[in-house]
Design a protein around this ligand. Structure first.
Ligand code: GLA
Length: 393
């Protein structure tokens, strides 16, 4: 049996969602929207520091099938949880169950733009692992926004749509996230990385189609919650650090300046600062290496990124370190180009850049050795860059 979990074709997901809609509400689907999760190759915890990030949209999707219901409320169900009813006549506010807040937040974004939403029924299915650091919440937000665009017959500019989804995460889920996840889920394209300059807010699509390269994602199954304060605390550390250094943007700060301000910054802010400045430089270097087709150069950059997230930014965990260590032991002779944790951290997944010919064997080793070390069975899959949020025909 292969270790790598295959992806489910979008058409099959759309069919399952349509069946769910029919089963729950007795309605035939009139509109289906999909949006992907993301994996980040490098550039971690610097999207809220004006840095660069290098994610791509996964071929794992949240899919929503819907039909107008003639009323003034949305009724939304999924295979995962209870069905919710969201009134649409008044501005949406956060409530229970929590998962529906991503939907409520996006509805509110449309309402705040003066766009009235007609009553609809919807059924959600997803192949984006939840709590795995792969942006299942951004996928739900972006799929909802794409669905609402279709229902009201109006498309938002992509950037506006991504920012609307980010605001939903801030205001309705309580996570002060950066722009990476929603940008990747919105702007993603097949065979392209989404290089985001988080200072200008400009995404650049970088070709990534070499068949000899495979990106393997290993979910440690350690659940990750970004609304428990750890994420917000890190973000605050970086804001405090920048204030001490006295520059308007982390992009203008040099390693020498962090060094010079080390004692004034104090621990742990000085180490957080060292991560930010180092990670911005590493991500810029990775983008240059990709442009030059120098994939081998990504290995040391990914390794340094992981170590910095573990030691200076302190967002890794023993399970992530174990998974990365296994990949490191396999090494370049076994086809591993580079490995690191990906996403917000405190659990979640690692990303391993592999030689395609070795990908299945690498996955099998990660699976077996991780299980032996932790007693936990990981979930491992490969993904090529896929298309961002869109209406499924
Ligand atoms: C989460 C956030 C992103 C980003 C990453 C860390 O995924 O939503 O904005 O900050 O963590 O790189």
């Amino acid at each position: 049996m292969p270790t790598l979990i295959p992806s489910v074709p979008l058409a099959d997901l759309a069919k399952t969602a349509a069946e769910g809609l029919r089963g729950a509400f007795g309605r035939e689907v009139s509109l289906t929207a999909a949006a992907p999760g993301r994996v980040n190759l490098i550039g971690e915890h610097i999207d809220y520091c004006d840095g660069f990030v290098l994610p791509f949209a996964l071929d794992r999707y949240v899919v929503i099938a819907a039909a107008l219901n003639g009323g003034d409320a949305a009724r939304i169900g999924s295979t995962e949880g209870e069905t919710v009813t969201i009134p649409l006549a008044a501005p949406a506010t956060p409530g229970q169950p929590k998962w529906a807040n991503y939907v409520r937040g996006v509805i509110r974004g449309f309402q705040d733009r003066g766009i009235a939403i007609p009553g609809f029924d919807a059924w959600i299915v997803s192949t984006v692992p939840v709590g795995a650091g792969l942006s299942s919440s951004a996928a739900l937000e972006c799929a909802t926004a794409t669905l609402l665009e279709g229902l009201v017959g109006r498309q938002l500019p992509l950037r506006d749509k991504a920012l609307l989804c980010q605001k939903a995460e801030h205001d309705f889920a309580g996570v002060p996230c950066g722009i990476m996840d929603q940008f990747a889920s919105t702007f993603g394209m097949a065979d392209r990385l989404v290089l985001i300059d988080c200072r200008s807010g400009e995404p650049t699509l970088v070709p990534f189609s070499n068949p000899n390269l495979t990106v393997v994602i290993a979910n440690t199954m350690v659940h990750h919650e970004l609304d428990d304060g750890g994420y917000a605390a890190r973000r605050k550390n970086t804001e405090d650090g920048l204030a001490v250094i006295g520059k308007p943007s982390w992009r203008d700060v040099t390693p020498g300046e962090v060094e010079a301000a080390w004692d004034r910054l104090g621990d742990p802010v000085n180490r957080r600062a060292r991560h930010v400045v180092g990670e911005i430089a590493r991500t810029a270097a990775a983008a240059r290496a990709l442009e030059a087709g120098d994939f081998a150069a990504l290995g040391p950059l990914m390794a340094a990124s992981h170590d910095s997230l573990r030691d200076d930014f302190e967002v890794s965990c023993p399970e992530l370190d174990t998974m990365v260590d296994i990949a490191r032991r396999i090494g370049i002779t076994g086809g591993v180009i580079g490995a690191r944790m990906t996403g917000g951290g405190f659990g979640g997944s690692t990303v391993t850049l592999c030689d395609s010919g070795h990908a299945e064997a690498i996955a099998a080793r990660l699976h077996a050795d991780y299980r032996a070390a932790t007693g936990v069975t990981p979930e491992i899959f490969a993904s090529r860059p896929a298309r961002g949020g869109h209406v499924v025909r």
